[in-house]
Design a protein around this ligand. Structure first.
Ligand code: AMP
Length: 226
């Protein structure tokens, strides 16, 4: 049995065409079903639905053989960009180029971020992505006090909880609606295929077939990451 961990929503929806390219069709709609384990047209392939931030954990500990997860989630899970495979044992064969967005710093419109940073002021930064934020500001040599939040980061600068936020930005509409402006782009984010290394060894032929089919279905520009 091959188990693929996905999160509902954008990652699930955008992974479906890749699965189809591998000849795999999920037989139930997660939006209409309460089931957490979804069968596919292959008796030996199933999809498990988990919270986005739990995908790396399921794959790392073998609850799933492979999964699709955002680079942001992967970095936070692994304790940093550099830690990568060594820390988690997760093999990352493909950048799937889906759920693309960017990790950015945003502040209240009118807040003079540049001057504050130049003056060496201590910034209060609210974020769910504390590892990414800590690494980014440490590299810049900016002193920050991090405030960990689990949701609605946009509210933090508006209520005085923080000077800035570090969050995912896609269209920029959420920032705009809350009178926030993007002042720095930290990194581009997309979703990655992650594979349990032991599963890759023990179920090599089946997992390789899926990796190769995903890879062949990706746009040509991502071939550099293969
Ligand atoms: P937007 O208004 O399009 O810039 O989207 C911003 C909101 O959507 C923020 O709350 C983000 O946390 C969330 N978001 C945007 N893109 C993604 C993504 N690829 N994965 C997860 N969350 C995202």
């Amino acid at each position: 049995m091959i188990t693929l961990a996905l999160s509902k929503g954008r990652i699930f929806d955008e992974t479906m065409p890749l699965l189809k390219a591998a000849g795999i069709e999920v037989l139930e709609d997660p939006e209409k079903s309460r089931k957490l384990i979804l069968p596919t047209n292959h008796a030996n392939v199933r999809v498990v639905l988990v919270r986005a931030s739990d995908v790396p954990t399921y794959v790392q500990y073998g609850g799933a053989d492979l999964g699709v997860t955002g680079l942001d989630t992967l970095i936070e899970h692994g304790g940093g960009v550099a830690a990568g495979v060594a820390a988690t044992g997760l093999y990352q064969p493909l950048d799937l180029q889906i759920a693309k967005c960017r990790m950015s710093v945003a502040v209240r419109s009118g807040f003079d971020y540049e001057t504050k940073v130049k003056q060496g002021a201590r910034l209060k930064v609210a974020t769910k992505y504390t590892t990414i934020a800590r690494d980014f500001f440490a590299t810049k040599g900016v002193h920050v006090d991090l405030v960990k939040l689990y949701g609605s980061m946009e509210l933090a600068p508006l209520t005085g909880l923080a000077d800035a936020i570090v969050d995912l930005v896609s269209t920029g509409n959420t920032l705009k609606a809350n009178h926030l402006v993007e002042v720095e782009r930290i990194m581009d984010i997309s979703s990655r295929l992650v594979v349990n290394q032991a599963a890759l060894k023990m179920k090599q032929a089946d997992i390789r077939r899926i990796i190769d089919a995903f890879s062949a279905a990706l746009p040509a520009y991502s071939s550099a990451s293969k």
